[in-house]
Design a protein around this ligand. Structure first.
Ligand SMILES: O=c1ccn([C@@H]2O[C@H](COP(=O)(O)OP(=O)(O)O[C@H]3O[C@@H](CO)[C@H](O)[C@H]3O)[C@@H](O)[C@H]2O)c(=O)[nH]1
Ligand SMILES: [Mn+2]
Length: 362
């Protein structure tokens, strides 16, 4: 029997977390993540041509879905899942049966911290999700639950218990997640700044959620993580994660859940083409000047006690208030409803618990 000191601890949440990867490429990047990812189940969402074979490196436990699978599983409801855009990843969230999700892009690699040590991004996300958030009062020493930190003087003791954490938003060294105009004017800029901080995003504050290095509690907030209608046949792209982040933050604020950003870092290796990105993003760049005030003004009634009910309410307000910005938002509002219907169809127990929690409020 091995000495206790040599037994490595079981990977955190090994059987409670799925790793979702959208891909149009090969998955060689997994070799670098193998020490951290191998114990976990992967859900690979293959975008683009379903007849293409995506090779998954040996030794990983995975399920793979291509467009034919999505159409077969969802039938007509598959219309809400984007094609030819990383937004397709949200199908992986829907089919997962686990409590937690980590999603990562296939051009994101293991980064090193200032000491030169490989960063286990998944482990850090799990720690972020397993400890509370502090959205109601900002702690100036950042995450008070980390070793070596705490609540600072003047922090109300009544708020120190914090709230459950729904989202952990990680960052990127090397290629930062810039929009196309910024990429064009700063083509050589690389993010070399490692900031050793994790912060709760205060209640009432929106943020630009990037889907590249993101983890969330699927049971707390999963139905809000719809990445919208993007890519093929749509007037906009690269606003998939942004849309999900705005809906998610409004719902987290309403339900008293927390969203954190900061550590962990990954190494983002590939800058996507800024001209292609500009074509995808340009409508979003001016639409968002209307979208942000819209999300800042969204109010959810008290009887919206489940994520699904909150999400349906937001879809109604999208149709009422954004439909006049562009007809796209009428389509998006309908797709938001289809997403919830598909989610509840694939996750009947989740839908029931959502109703129960809603029933409890009666
Ligand atoms: O049509 C597509 C294009 C890409 N993918 C997969 O999605 C991710 C991201 O792709 P990529 O690294 O090329 O794009 P980035 O610009 O770096 O992506 C970031 O910007 C946002 C785009 O919405 C998003 O938050 C980030 O992901 C890779 O895994 C590709 O293989 C795809 O599935 N379909
Ligand atoms: Mn990338």
């Amino acid at each position: 029997m091995a000495e206790p000191s040599t037994i490595s601890p079981a990977p955190l949440l090994k059987d409670e977390l799925d790793i979702v990867i959208p891909t149009i490429r090969n998955l060689d990047f997994l070799e670098m993540w193998r020490p951290f990812f191998q114990p976990y189940h992967l859900i690979i969402v293959q975008d683009g041509d379903p007849s293409k074979t995506i090779k998954v490196p040996e030794g990983f436990d995975y399920e793979l879905y291509n467009r034919n699978d999505i159409n077969r599983i969802l039938g007509p409801k598959s219309s809400c899942i984007s094609f030819k855009d990383s937004a397709c990843r949200c199908f992986g969230y829907m089919v997962s049966k686990k409590k937690y999700i980590y999603t990562i892009d296939d051009d994101c690699f293991v980064a090193k911290d200032p000491s030169g040590k490989d960063i286990n991004a998944l482990e850090q996300h799990i720690k972020n999700l397993l400890c509370p958030s502090t959205p109601f009062f900002f702690n100036t020493l950042y995450d008070p639950y980390r070793a070596g930190a705490d609540f600072v003087r003047g922090y109300p003791f009544s708020l120190r218990e914090g709230v459950p954490t729904a989202v952990s938003h990680g960052l990127w060294l090397n290629i930062p997640d810039y929009d196309a105009p910024t990429q064009l004017v700063k083509p050589l800029e690389r993010n070399t700044r490692y900031v050793d901080a994790i912060m709760t995003i205060p209640k009432g504050t929106l943020f630009p959620m990037c889907g590249m290095n993101l983890a969330f509690n699927r049971e707390l907030i999963g139905p809000a993580m719809y990445f919208g209608l993007m890519g093929d046949g749509q007037p906009i792209g690269r606003y998939d994660d942004m849309w999900a982040g705005w809906c998610t933050k409004v719902i987290c604020d309403h339900l008293g859940l927390g969203v954190k950003t900061g550590l962990p870092y990954i190494w983002h290796s590939k800058a996507s083409n800024p001209f292609v990105n500009l074509r995808k993003e340009y409508k979003g760049i001016y639409w968002q000047e209307e979208l942000i005030p819209f999300f800042q003004s969204v109010t959810l009634p008290k009887d919206c006690t489940s994520v699904q009910k909150c999400y349906i309410e937001i879809s109604k307000q999208v149709k009422a208030k954004l439909g006049k910005v562009d007809d796209y938002f009428n389509k998006l509002a309908d797709a938001m409803v289809t997403w919830i219907e598909a989610w509840d169809e694939l996750n009947p127990s989740g839908a029931k618990s959502a109703e129960l929690s809603n029933g409890a409020s009666k």
